[in-house]
Design a protein around this ligand. Structure first.
Ligand code: UDP
Ligand code: MG
Length: 334
């Protein structure tokens, strides 16, 4: 398949500027220690690219000096846009806000903490040029803690089955998307977002390549266990009803086991007479049932909660200001 018009800028109606071939979208949440180094390395990569690239930094409600630093970077470089969100919306909502302001024919997402080396960008673009519309990645030699890696591999396997597209590493956020895919994701504008999975879902020709993974330049992961769990739920509940169906199935299985156990106890009582001990066995069994019950209630609650959030129709993110060379807009929302 011949490459599409990535190198020929196209302008759509109402757009004063021509589209740059590439937009690089970077969500930033309290990354002031990394921004300087990121900007230098990204600048070098942009210079060596065979096409021009704009950078969209999305400040996801940082409480450190990230926004001030981004504004300094923006003031010096006309190819940089800074979108400041009014409050922390989460990595995927921040990326969505970046998509809404990106004008490129190809949009690349990148983490701000330099765990995804920006030097890999040309390799992603080569895949796009080869005709793919979504270029996913898997992190080689991933530097995150073992538990995090294991859970995230399991989630990736489940998600890839639910979406029906092979994805080895859903959490790897150095990815490239063609304009039609970005537009479709923007139109879906869901609240519980997981961008790589949504993209895989709308992609016509996805591919996946291995990339390097480096340690964080500063600080710790911005994902606390609770945030990480929420993200996992975003992915699971967003794409399938299987979790809740499995719980129903487990509930049914447990009830059948309970009946079988009851029958066994009855027969035992008739044959051997009433048992005096075994109280603790009963407790153990009770706890198993109780655990399953609590989990099931939680899972149902998760779906109900998500229906409530969808029904409320609150935007996934609120933009406070956009700092861009041509105009300074403010207080838009989506
Ligand atoms: N991030 C964000 N909003 C959040 C959490 C994270 O914009 O609520 C950004 C963060 O600044 C970084 C990227 O998302 O650029 C990935 O976050 P992090 O490195 O903490 O995740 P991990 O590498 O542990 O998956
Ligand atoms: Mg990281």
């Amino acid at each position: 398949m011949p490459p599409e018009t990535t190198s020929v800028p196209r302008s759509s109606a109402g757009e004063e500027r021509t589209r740059p071939p590439v937009s690089i979208v970077i969500p930033v949440f309290n990354e002031s220690a990394a921004l300087g180094r990121l900007n230098v390395r990204l600048g070098r990569v942009r210079q060596e690219l065979d096409r021009s690239a704009e950078v969209i930094y999305v400040d996801d409600g940082s409480t450190d000096r990230s926004l001030e630093e981004l504004r300094v970077i923006q003031a010096r470089d006309s190819g940089v846009t800074v979108v400041a969100l009014a409050r922390n919306a989460g990595q995927h909502a921040a990326v969505l806000a970046g998509f809404a302001h990106a004008r490129g024919e190809v949009v690349i997402t990148l983490d701000a903490d330099l765990q995804n080396p920006p030097e890999e960008i040309p390799r992603l673009l080569a895949e796009i040029d080869a005709g793919y519309d979504v270029v996913g990645t898997r992190r080689e030699g991933r530097t995150d803690p073992f538990l995090r890696r294991t859970i995230s591999a399991a989630i990736s396997r489940l998600a890839s089955r639910a979406v029906g597209v092979p994805m080895t590493d859903c959490g790897s956020m150095l990815r490239a998307y063609r304009r039609p895919v970005v537009d479709e994701i923007l139109q879906l504008a869901e609240r519980a977002l997981f961008i790589p999975a949504l993209a895989a879902w709308v992609a016509r020709r996805p591919t996946e390549i291995p990339i390097r993974h480096e340690p964080r330049v500063a600080g710790r992961s911005r994902y606390s266990p609770l945030r990480f769990m929420r993200l996992g739920f975003d992915l699971m509940t967003g794409f399938s009803l299987v979790p809740i169906q499995l719980v129903s199935l487990a509930g049914l299985g447990v009830s059948l086991l309970g009946i079988a156990f009851g029958c066994y106890l009855l027969v035992r009582r008739l044959v051997l007479g009433p048992e005096s001990e075994g109280l603790f066995t009963l407790f153990a069994i009770l706890f198993v049932f109780l655990g399953i019950l609590i989990f099931a209630v939680g899972l149902v609650g998760e779906y109900v909660g998500r229906i409530y959030i969808e029904v409320r129709r609150r935007p996934p993110y609120v933009v406070r200001a956009v700092y861009r060379d041509d105009a300074e807009e403010s207080c838009g929302s989506s």
